[in-house]
Design a binder for this molecule. Structure first.
Ligand SMILES: NC(=O)c1ccc[n+]([C@@H]2O[C@H](COP(=O)([O-])OP(=O)(O)OC[C@H]3O[C@@H](n4cnc5c(N)ncnc54)[C@H](OP(=O)(O)O)[C@@H]3O)[C@@H](O)[C@H]2O)c1
Length: 334
C-alpha cells in the first residue's frame, strides 16, 4: 500500500488581529486511504477569502468555526489523482470546500466537478465564490432593478468588482468605494464605473452626496463601520442595503459600534438584509450559467492577485485585510 502525504496549514492559536504564522502552522502529514465515494485531489489553486479570519474567531458564526488543531478550511480546485467515485474520475477536475493543502480528500457532498479550463485560475476565481456571491447578493437579495444608483464598498476586491460589473450591465449608475487612487482609477477607467471614492483621502459622506445627487437605491456593503454609515445618510426612500460583509470589523476583538445613521432605516423606510452564499446552493445551476454567459459576452472579468506557493498563504490572506490585493487572491501551488 502506498503512503500518501500532504502538506497542510493547521490552526494552532487563535489570532488577536491579523493571521500570523503562530496562528497557522504548516506541516507534512499522512493522508488516510480513500473510502468508497472519496477521491484524492492535487490542489492547483487555493481561494483566500475575507471570511477566513471569521472562521478562526471565537464568535458565534454562520457555520462551524475551524477548531484548534484542525487543518485550515478553504476552497480549492484541482485534479483528481486517485478515485473511488465514478463521478470524479482520475484526470478530471473538481472544486470544493477542503483545506489549505497541496493534496486533499474530497467527496460528492463537499465537491463538484469543475470543467477543465485553459485559464483555470480565472474560471475558479469567478465561479467559486466571488461571482456567485455578487450575483445572488445583487439580484436575489438586493432585487436590483435596471438603471438604479448602486454604491459598492470594497469595490476593487473580488466580490466588489463582480458587483460593479453586474450592476453596470443593467444600466445602473455605479459608485465604488476603495482604498487607493490606483484602485479608484482602475474602477473608472478599466471597469467603466461612474465614480470612485478613495475612503483614505476623501470624506466619504460628502463624496457620496456629490456622486449620488438623487440618492442611493441599493447599497452593496462589503466593509461596514463608517463607510456603511456614509451610505445610510444618502439612501433613497425604500432603498435596500445588502450586507454582504463587514471586513472592517473582522480583525478586532472590541465590539464595533452600530451605524450612527441607523435611524434612516425608518426615516427612509429601508430594507437591510444580510446573506451567506452557502444558503443559496439551489440557485447555483442558473448562477453558473449566467456567469459563463456574461464572461463569454465580455461583460464580466476578474483581475487575479496570484501568490505562488502554499508556504505563502498566510501573507496572501492578510492582503485582504490590509488592502494589498486588487481583485481575487489565489494561491497557486508549485
Ligand atoms: N455573504 C457572503 O456569503 C460572502 C461571500 C464572500 C465574501 N463576502 C464578503 O465580501 C467582502 C469581500 O470579500 P473578498 O473575499 O472578495 O475580499 P476582497 O474584496 O477581494 O478583499 C478585501 C478588501 O477589503 C478592503 N478592506 C479591508 N479592510 C478594510 C477596512 N478596514 N476598511 C475598508 N476596506 C477594507 C480592502 O480593499 P481597500 O484597499 O479598498 O481597503 C481589501 O482589498 C468581505 O466583507 C467578505 O466577508 C461575503
Amino acid at each position: 500500500m502506498t503512503e500518501h502525504t500532504a502538506t497542510s496549514w493547521f490552526f494552532n492559536e487563535r489570532p488577536k488581529d491579523l493571521i500570523s504564522e503562530t496562528t497557522l502552522t504548516l506541516r507534512e502529514h499522512t493522508l488516510p486511504d480513500l473510502l468508497e465515494g472519496e477521491f484524492r485531489v492535487k490542489t492547483h489553486y487555493l481561494s483566500l477569502d475575507a471570511t477566513n479570519r471569521v472562521w478562526l474567531s471565537d464568535w458565534d458564526i454562520y457555520m462551524d468555526p475551524v477548531r484548534l488543531g484542525d487543518p485550515m478550511r478553504g476552497f480549492v480546485v484541482g485534479e483528481v489523482t486517485e478515485s473511488r467515485n465514478a463521478d470524479f474520475p482520475v484526470g478530471s477536475f473538481a472544486s470544493g470546500m477542503a483545506s489549505w493543502a497541496d493534496y486533499v480528500i474530497g467527496d460528492a457532498e463537499r465537491f463538484t466537478p469543475f470543467p477543465i479550463d485553459k485559464d483555470l485560475g480565472h474560471a475558479f476565481a469567478v465561479m467559486s465564490i466571488a461571482g456567485p456571491t455578487a450575483h445572488v447578493g445583487l439580484h436575489h437579495v438586493g432585487e436590483l432593478q435596471d438603471n438604479e444608483t448602486v454604491v459598492v464598498s470594497g469595490a476593487a476586491g473580488a466580490v466588489g468588482l463582480m458587483v460593479c460589473q453586474m450592476a453596470k450591465r443593467r444600466g445602473c449608475r455605479v459608485v465604488g468605494i476603495a482604498g487607493s487612487a490606483e484602485k479608484c482609477q482602475m474602477l473608472t477607467e478599466e471597469f467603466g464605473i461612474d465614480a470612485a471614492i478613495n475612503y483614505k483621502t476623501e470624506d466619504v459622506r460628502d463624496a457620496l452626496g456629490s456622486a449620488c445627487p438623487d440618492g442611493i437605491d441599493l447599497c452593496f456593503e462589503n466593509v461596514g463601520g463608517d463607510i456603511l454609515d456614509a451610505s445610510l445618510v444618502h439612501m433613497r426612500d425604500y432603498g435596500r442595503v445588502v450586507i454582504c460583509g463587514l471586513i472592517s470589523t473582522y480583525n478586532t476583538k472590541s465590539p464595533t459600534p452600530g451605524p450612527y445613521m441607523f435611524r434612516n432605516i425608518i426615516m427612509r423606510r429601508l430594507t437591510m438584509r444580510g446573506f451567506v452564499i452557502l444558503d443559496y446552493m439551489d440557485l447555483m445551476p442558473q448562477v453558473v450559467a449566467d456567469l459563463g454567459a456574461w464572461m463569454q459576452a465580455g461583460e464580466l472579468r476578474l483581475p487575479l492577485h496570484v501568490v505562488d506557493g502554499l508556504e505563502n498563504a498566510v501573507d496572501a490572506v492578510n492582503l485582504l485585510y490590509t488592502g494589498g490585493n486588487t481583485g481575487k487572491v489565489l494561491v497557486r501551488m508549485h
